[in-house]
Design a protein around this ligand. Structure first.
Ligand SMILES: NC(=O)c1ccc[n+]([C@@H]2O[C@H](COP(=O)([O-])OP(=O)(O)OC[C@H]3O[C@@H](n4cnc5c(N)ncnc54)[C@H](OP(=O)(O)O)[C@@H]3O)[C@@H](O)[C@H]2O)c1
Length: 329
């Protein structure tokens, strides 16, 4: 079958759309014919060799896809050949067929097309666990999300609104601010001046009557995190979700004490391993919100797999507003 092979860590120049080995199902596994796959910042980390999991080379990357079940391994009773599913895997989604364990497959709602399904799982589940499990947000909390133009950021905006929260969206440009507003953000915080920490804190204070945000969800790290932690309200929580800016920030413990705040982290990839039931429950709720039009999609554009390198470069150049879906034409 055709797929993307990563031959060396370092960059997209080491990736090629080529023939890769076919997959065979084992007990408890599901083979899915991929119709579309989602590509995002985390795939850049994988390709560059900066992601925490480094499979032996060469391998086919890709963490999310949507398609049709074509074969079931022994013991898989509650899926059928022909089912439309979304899959979330550690690797292998950038191919014509992907192998997934049963708990990595989620049956798509009838109204969700493959490009939405392929770009939906990772970002909304990450957002869900950040808001609900890590931040323990209640509906009257004000949530400030940084990097609100990213897939995870937009999903956090949408889910927070669906849960009844007031949402401040931190973005780096006007166009990303407009997209975040369209996703439901109540106010836009300009992060382009994050080096000036007072600027971000002052904006958040202005929008919260001086109190700050009860919950801050940060996907950017670096200077943005250093500014964002100053925006947390008394007894508030900040959730570390990512370091897209490159620098892993440091938290001074006295800051937590003086403001009575909590800092916590989220690594979504641990949840399917340690708590698959929580993942299924979260996904049911997310799909239910989609079916009731409480949340939508954040597909920015659909590109053929032959344009894989271009998709990677668009993400590197921060030109994507939401997610890219790669499609087999
Ligand atoms: N903890 C978890 O389980 C988990 C799961 C998924 C993703 N993540 C993390 O969440 C973040 C967003 O992921 P995604 O999949 O939503 O990504 P995405 O849609 O591809 O968007 C990338 C984001 O990174 C920002 N960015 C890139 N380079 C940057 C830089 N040099 N300085 C500041 N911001 C920069 C972009 O900011 P602009 O919009 O301003 O251009 C954009 O918000 C990443 O850090 C990713 O590693 C974490």
């Amino acid at each position: 079958m055709k797929g993307i092979a990563l031959k060396e860590f370092g960059g997209v120049d080491h990736c090629a759309l080529t023939d890769i080995p076919d997959k065979r199902v084992s007990t408890g596994e599901v083979l899915v014919k991929v119709r579309a796959a989602g590509i995002s910042f985390v795939d850049l980390l994988v390709i560059e060799g900066k992601y925490q999991v480094k499979p032996p080379l060469p391998f086919c990357p890709g963490k999310e896809a949507a398609g049709i079940v074509v074969e079931l391994g022994g013991g898989v009773k509650d899926l059928a050949v022909g089912d439309r599913v979304m899959v979330l895997v550690e690797q292998g989604a950038f191919a014509q067929y992907v192998l997934a364990k049963r708990h990595q497959c989620f049956v798509l709602p009838d109204t969700m097309d493959f490009t939405i399904g392929a770009t939906f799982g990772l970002s909304y589940q990450t957002a869900h666990f950040a808001i609900r499990d890590r931040a323990r947000a209640k509906s009257d909390d004000t949530i400030f999300v940084t990097g609100a133009g990213s897939g995870v950021g937009l999903a956090t905006v949408e889910l927070s609104k669906a849960f009844g929260n007031r949402v401040l969206a931190g973005v780096s440009s006007n166009s990303k601010g407009e997209r975040a507003k369209a996703a439901g953000a109540d106010e836009i915080v300009d992060l382009s001046s994050a080096l000036d920490r007072d600027s971000v804190r002052d904006q958040v204070r202005r929008y919260t009557g001086g109190a700050g945000a009860n919950v801050v969800i940060d996907v950017v790290g670096g200077d943005v995190f250093d500014s964002a932690i100053r925006c947390v309200a008394w007894r508030g929580r900040i959730v570390v979700v990512g370091f897209a800016a490159g620098r892993i920030p440091t938290i001074k413990a006295n800051y937590l004490l003086l403001k009575n705040i909590e800092a916590t982290g989220l690594d979504w990839s641990d949840y399917p391993v340690n708590a698959p039931n929580l993942v299924m429950e979260a996904q049911d709720e997310i799909f239910s919100l989609f079916k009731r039009n409480k949340i939508g999609s954040h597909v920015d554009r659909i590109m053929p797999f032959t344009n894989f390198s271009e998709a990677v470069r668009l993400i590197q150049d921060r030109k994507v507003n939401g997610r890219i879906a790669l499609s087999w034409l």
